[in-house]
Design a protein around this ligand. Structure first.
Ligand code: PPE
Length: 305
C-alpha cells in the first residue's frame, strides 16, 4: 500500500513516514533528482522483479549525465530493491528508486549538496485503468513539445524532465483525454507523458528513435526482443504526426502503463477502434513472461527470495 511499510534510505530501512527531507533541499528548488520505475510481478514461481539490472544500469547512466556519484555499487542498489520488496511483504508492486541532491547550500551549483538514495515500493495497479489494457485509451497530441536537442537530456530519467510530462498530462486530462502524446521540437512523434509510442502499419511495427527526444524505455526494448522472437518486423523510425492517425494499431509502453492500446487520437478512431491483433499478440507474450506462464527465456526476472 502507498504510505505504509519501510523505505530504504541511504542504506538503512526506515519507516515510510520517517523518510523525509528538508524544504530547503536542492531537489525541491531545482529538480535535481534522477529516478527509476520498476515493477515486481507475482509469477507462478513466486515474486520476481522485471529487468532489474537494466533499470539500475539506466539509473547509473542518468547519474553520470548529472555528475552524481552514487555511493553504492550497482549490486548494492539491486540488493536494496529486492530487500524493500521483501521486508514489505509485497507480492506484486511498483518500485521507485530515487537519487537526489539534498540539503546544504542554495544556488544552482548542485555539487556542494549531499546526495541521497532511496527505494520505496507499493501496490500500483494498471496505470491507465484495468479496462484500458483491452479497450484502449483516448489520446490527444499535446500542444507541448518534448525537449529540443541539447536542452534537457531525455535519455536521463531526471525529475526535472517530468515538468514537461506534467504539462502534457494535465492538458490531456483537462480536455477529456486519457493521455497526451508529444511531438519533438521538429514536429515528429516523440512519446507520451510517461510512455513510449508504437504504431503498426501493414504488419510492421514502428517506434521513434532515441533521437526523437524519448526516454529509452526498458519496456520499449522488451518489445524489440519479443517482436523479433515472434518473427515480427520492428523498426526505429522518425514518424510524422499523421502516421499515428493512419496507423492500423497504436500502443504505448512503460513500466507503469505496461502495454496499453490506443483507440483514438485527437478523436480520430485508430484502425478498428479496439486492441489490434499485433498489439494483442505482443501483450500476451509480454504478460506471459511477467506472470511466469512461459519460461523466462530472456533472463528478465530477478526472483525475490
Ligand atoms: N517515456 C517516459 C517519459 C517515461 O516516463 C517512461 C516511464 C517511459 C518512456 C517508458 O520507460 P520504461 O518504464 O523503461 O519502459 N515512466 C515511468 C514513470 C511513470 C510515472 O507516472 O511515474 C514508469 O512507467 O515507471
Amino acid at each position: 500500500m502507498f504510505g505504509k511499510g519501510k523505505i530504504w534510505f541511504d542504506g538503512k530501512l526506515v519507516d515510510w513516514k520517517k523518510a523525509t527531507i528538508h524544504v530547503m533541499s536542492h531537489v525541491v528548488h531545482y529538480g535535481s533528482s534522477i529516478f527509476e520505475g520498476v515493477r515486481c510481478y507475482q509469477t507462478k514461481q513466486g515474486s520476481a522483479i522485471f529487468r532489474l539490472e537494466e533499470h539500475i544500469d539506466r539509473l547509473y547512466d542518468s547519474a553520470k549525465v548529472y555528475r552524481m556519484e552514487i555511493p553504492f555499487t550497482k549490486k548494492q542498489f539491486m540488493e536494496a530493491v529486492v530487500k524493500v520488496v521483501k521486508v514489505n511483504k509485497l507480492k506484486s508492486c511498483y518500485i521507485r528508486p530515487v537519487v537526489f541532491r539534498g540539503y546544504g547550500t542554495m544556488g544552482v551549483n548542485p555539487l556542494k549538496n549531499p546526495l541521497h538514495c532511496a527505494v520505496a515500493a507499493w501496490s500500483w495497479g494498471s496505470y491507465l485503468g484495468e479496462e484500458a489494457l483491452e479497450k484502449g485509451i483516448s489520446v490527444r497530441i499535446s500542444s507541448w513539445h518534448r525537449q529540443a536537442p541539447n536542452t534537457f537530456p531525455t535519455l536521463a530519467k531526471a525529475g526535472g524532465n517530468y515538468l514537461n510530462s506534467q504539462l502534457i498530462k494535465m492538458e490531456a486530462l483537462q480536455d477529456g483525454f486519457d493521455e497526451g502524446i508529444a511531438l519533438d521540437s521538429y514536429g515528429y512523434v516523440s512519446e507520451g507523458s510517461g510512455e513510449n509510442v508504437f504504431i503498426v502499419k501493414n504488419g510492421v511495427i514502428f517506434t521513434p528513435p532515441t533521437s526523437s527526444a524519448i526516454l529509452a524505455g526498458i519496456t520499449r526494448h522488451s518489445m524489440f526482443v519479443i517482436a523479433r522472437d515472434l518473427g515480427m518486423e520492428i523498426r526505429q523510425q522518425v514518424l510524422p504526426r499523421e502516421s499515428l492517425y493512419i496507423a492500423d494499431e497504436v500502443f504505448l509502453t512503460g513500466t507503469a502503463a505496461e502495454l496499453t492500446p490506443v483507440s483514438k487520437i485527437d478523436n480520430i478512431i485508430i484502425g478498428n477502434g479496439k486492441r489490434g491483433p499485433v498489439t494483442e499478440k505482443l501483450q500476451k507474450a509480454f504478460f506471459d513472461i511477467l506472470r511466469g506462464e512461459t519460461p523466462d527465456r530472456f533472463d528478465w526476472l530477478t526472483p525475490v527470495k
